[in-house]
Design a protein. Structure first.
Length: 662
């Protein structure tokens, strides 16, 4: 029935505890195309009448709402699930009302069971049906009138058939009287991204290190693409590719004075050759960049660019727009500091500048410029040091024109600012993964990311290393530590990345004891890598990334759960698809030096496996197969051989021959 004007005071239904809802509806939840949204709420009214409720949803560029009925659960809880099918901003809300027809029908069945006189009750029902007919289409109105007349003349023996007719139920649900319905007081929001926001595999590489005997170029990177693609990566992230300043340029190992041939840090952006919209002359020209974009598309990978809002002292902005930077009392421009560290080669923008509006627009123009060159993914350097309002504005501006653009937040900061940036619009986020190494730390942190409201807006991207971070675990654990952290990142998060070739070559050497900086860091010098080294993990990386592509449960963070195993050096968890057709159990030895063993407990009923039914655990890493019985089975992992299992659960093994065929 079409809604009439609602009269305050006659709305009986209460809607509360709606989920998901971020900060009282201030921010959107996140989904990707063809993802589902499960909405729950507490809905009730006074008395004992039956209620009906719907979720209303739509893309924001449309005016008509789609509706899906909510189903009652228990204790006034209701739920509905709908699917978002296109990129962009969406909205949803809830509406509920007293369902007089279903209330009448429930009571009629009770009167019928007690053999009461039903004449008046049948007339009441017929009147409800005729009222619905007034708002129905001519064809439906005719059918409703038929049911009303049939009900008036129904015999006690035919009442059940008449009242419970599926066609009548469907028509009355469609034309339900919502005159005094309650609409939830907020319209909630969804940001729908493309699939790569949910599932991606990143590889960071410095193009300048890819030359044979000289400074590498973008053409060298093009030649290097097959090596990266063969390892299974689909996002290739480049540090800044812009001209590098010479004033206060940093030397090898972050030395404050550079030698004549030191290339400087790529994050010291800007020189006489240009700034954020130019390419370092030694890397190449824009036709080389376009060739890179074209080759990446051919290989079905994407190029991600670093977006770092800072300038070297030689950047053209410093001369043209000196008021965009903070002035010191001595008249000099304030360089970046993180006491006791000093970064004289970098001038941060002053977002309190009186010319902030002009500066914001120029930052937006930089992003738009690279979008025009074919870039659709940006890794954003230190966004937590710039105002939140700026990011909300910039990302909103970009996404309104290019909803396919993704932003990765590199904010290693306190949890609240990190999560707030995700709420504002960042598609993915770096995490504390690098510093979570014990079993207890991993369980606590992963549970926070995957099992709380945080998972509605924060998409974690796990990186076991970066050019800035070489954790002590990798420094001391050898090759097994690199493998263990790789498996953990790749199977516990649907988005992960690493900094190579350092990672596949298992480079463990810090600049000095107690430091997380690499010795001879590629940030400050050009490195020649021996990619053919026999200890390289490139083949293992290819295998793990193939496993990720072939198993849908690893392509999101749904249905993630830890499992008991009686050894603090072993950690076990699983991911599964909703239909349980794809279940992966991962077990990792967190001790890179010693063999560890334990008994693993699996929830077989949740996996839809009978406790009396044998099943196969197929290790996708080495192709070994284990025939297991019951929920409790033995695990032993020697880190010198392989510190992890990635086990595909294969149920319903009835005979030995079945096991051999697996």
């Amino acid at each position: 029935m079409k809604n009439k004007i609602k009269i305050p005071g006659r709305q009986r239904v209460v809607i509360e505890q709606v989920s998901p809802e971020i900060d009282c509806g201030r921010f959107p939840i996140k989904r990707c195309v063809n993802d589902s949204v499960t909405v729950t709420a507490v809905i009730f009214a006074e008395g004992h009448d039956e209620l009906s409720a719907v979720v209303k949803y739509r893309p924001n560029h449309r005016t008509e709402w789609q509706t899906i009925p909510m189903q009652p659960l228990d204790n006034d809880h209701w739920q509905a699930v709908f699917t978002v099918t296109e990129m962009g901003e969406h909205s949803y809300t809830l509406e509920a009302w007293v369902d007089y027809f279903h209330s009448w029908r429930r009571n009629l069945m009770r009167w019928l069971e007690s053999k009461q006189d039903l004449a008046i009750q049948l007339l009441i029902g017929a009147e409800l049906i005729l009222t619905a007919a007034q708002s129905a289409s001519p064809k439906d109105a005719e059918r409703l009138q038929f049911f009303a007349n049939a009900l008036k003349n129904a015999s006690p023996e035919s009442i059940n058939t008449r009242v419970l007719d599926p066609e009548l139920s469907s028509l009355m649900a469609h034309y339900s009287d919502q005159t005094h319905s309650t609409t939830y007081g907020k319209t909630l929001k969804i940001t729908v991204d493309r699939e790569r926001a949910r599932f991606s595999t990143w590889y960071e590489v410095f193009p300048r290190s890819l030359g044979q005997d000289q400074h590498g170029t973008l053409r060298d990177l093009i030649a290097h693409l097959p090596y990266i693609v063969d390892m299974g990566f689909d996002v290739i992230y480049l540090p800044p590719i812009h001209p590098i300043g010479k004033t206060y340029r940093k030397g090898k190992n972050n030395a404050p004075i550079a030698l004549a041939n030191d290339p400087g840090s790529p994050w010291g952006i800007g020189s006489a050759e240009g700034g954020h919209t130019e390419i370092h002359p030694q890397l190449g020209r824009f036709d080389d960049f376009q060739a890179l974009i074209d080759k990446a598309k051919e290989l079905n990978v994407e190029i991600a660019l670093d977006f770092a809002l800072q300038c070297s002292p030689d950047h053209p902005y410093v001369r043209k727009h000196p008021r965009w930077f903070k002035q010191r009392p001595d008249g000099a421009i304030q360089y970046a500091e993180n006491p006791p560290k000093k970064y004289q080669d970098i001038y941060p923008f002053d977002f309190q500048s009186e010319q902030w509006s002009q500066m914001w627009q120029e930052c937006l123009n930089i992003v738009l410029f690279w979008i025009q060159q074919g870039i659709r993914i940006f890794r954003v350097d230190n966004p937590h040091t710039k105002p939140f309002l700026f990011w909300e504005w910039l990302i909103t501006q970009i996404k309104s024109q290019y909803p396919e653009v993704l932003f990765l937040s590199e904010a290693f900061t306190r949890p609240n600012p990190m999560y707030y940036l995700a709420k504002l619009g960042f598609s993915q986020s770096y995490t504390y993964f690098t510093w979570r190494n014990t079993k207890r730390e991993i369980i606590e942190y992963f549970s926070e990311l995957h099992h709380s409201l945080i998972n509605q807006f924060f998409r974690p991207n796990f990186w076991p290393n970066t050019p800035d971070i070489l954790h002590e675990f990798l420094q001391t654990g050898g090759r097994p530590a690199f493998i263990a952290r790789l498996v953990l990142a790749a199977t516990a998060s649907s988005n992960y990345g690493l900094y190579g070739p350092v990672y596949e070559l298992c480079i463990p050497v810090p600049r000095e004891s107690g430091s997380e900086e690499y010795l001879n860091s590629e940030k400050y010098e050009i490195i020649r890598w021996n990619l053919a080294a026999p200890h390289s993990l490139n083949n293992l990386l290819a295998k793990i990334n193939q496993i990720r592509r072939e198993n849908p449960c690893l392509q999101n963070n749904l249905n993630f759960r830890f499992h008991d195993i009686n050894n603090d050096q072993l950690i076990a968890y699983s991911k599964s698809t909703a239909d349980k057709n794809n279940i992966i159990v991962t077990v990792i030895n967190l001790d890179p030096h010693h063999t560890q063993s334990g008994w693993l407990e699996l929830p077989l009923s949740d996996f839809e496996i009978s406790a009396n039914e044998p099943y196969v655990m197929h290790d996708l890493l080495d192709d070994a197969r284990y025939l297991w019985h019951g929920p409790r089975n033995y695990i032993e992992l020697n880190p010198q051989k392989l510190p992890a299992h990635i086990l595909r659960v294969r149920p319903h093994i009835q005979h030995e021959q079945d096991f051999k065929e697996y």
